[in-house]
Write a protein that binds this ligand. Structure first.
Ligand SMILES: C[S@@+](CC[C@H](N)C(=O)[O-])C[C@H]1O[C@@H](n2cnc3c(N)ncnc32)[C@H](O)[C@@H]1O
Length: 265
């Protein structure tokens, strides 16, 4: 059963997003902001560090595969994106976080090449619903782990369904800077900065519109939506993560580390 919080502004579902999304009505949300649990996160499993998943170092007793949250396979991304497209209203945006390993799958899903031309059909006739795709770069401002240059960025892939929604502020550049969530502020692995999600929501929705995140984690998209006066609907598989999201929504606890700065780079 879904749980309604914040005076009806927020609805949270507990379960598998891949089973929940087909139950969501077509064209019922105004914006999607999500951070799916990618297959590529698992490459850190058992190779010496689990820092990406927030679990600590090898040998510390904290690098237990059981502690990784479940991930979805790359071959499930086309179905996921098809469902996201279906539930989104026309002339609306979807933002999907991803890393360099996963970006090529989104290029393929969105059509030819990168950046892709507006494209309705592949040459083979396959339906390509998104009218545009644009990867933004999230600069985390401090370096993380990595032997082939230390990791400092992630992508936020922006998709358009239809062509007629303008961003609310056309002056924001495609490289956006927010400090990564770390230390005591990180409630779940790979938690995103509240101000990053607030920027995306402020750019692509209006007060009262419905924002959706099928992979809630600590509920950053829900908290950002609540703060900005948007309605919110989301889903999370892990009962512990869902409980954290509910606590944040109830207590109004926000990331202390997230700065409000958005700088041009
Ligand atoms: C990358 S984290 C999201 C972090 C979130 N953006 C935040 O700021 O806290 C991905 C989340 O998806 C959840 N998850 C994994 N598989 C799922 C599934 N099939 N359905 C719903 N949630 C799932 C994980 O438990 C995890 O909380």
């Amino acid at each position: 059963m879904p749980e309604t919080l914040c005076g009806g502004q927020v609805t949270l579902h507990h379960g598998d997003a891949l089973a929940w999304l087909p139950l969501v009505a077509a064209e019922s949300v105004d914006l999607i902001v999500t951070d799916p649990p990618y297959e590529s996160l698992r490459k850190w499993e058992g190779i010496g560090t689990t820092a990406r998943m927030g679990m600590g170092r090898k040998g510390s007793g904290a690098d237990d595969a059981e502690k990784f949250f479940p991930t979805i396979r790359n071959d499930q991304l086309p179905d996921l994106m098809r469902e996201l497209w279906r539930i989104l209203k026309w002339n609306c945006h979807a933002y999907v976080m991803c890393d360099a390993d996963t970006l090529p799958y989104f290029c393929q899903i969105a059509g030819k090449g990168w950046p892709c031309e507006p494209c309705i059909h592949h040459d083979d006739g396959a339906f390509v619903p998104w009218s545009n795709m644009k990867p933004l770069v999230w600069d985390k401002m401090t370096a993380g782990m990595g032997y082939h240059y230390r990791c400092r960025y992630e992508f936020v892939v922006m998709f358009d369904k239809g062509k007629n929604r303008k961003l609310n502020d056309l002056g924001i550049p495609d490289v956006i800077q927010f400090k990564r969530v770390d230390g005591k502020d990180r409630l779940v692995p790979t938690q995103k900065p509240l101000d990053l999600f607030k920027l995306l929501i402020a750019q692509s929705s209006s007060v009262g519109e419905v924002v959706c995140d099928p992979f809630l984690g600590a509920g950053t998209a829900a908290v950002a939506s609540k703060e900005l006066g948007r309605r919110f609907v989301g889903c999370e598989l892990d009962a512990g993560h869902l409980a954290i999201a509910k606590r944040r929504l109830a207590a109004g606890l926000f990331d202390q580390t997230a700065s409000a700065e958005t700088n041009n780079v």
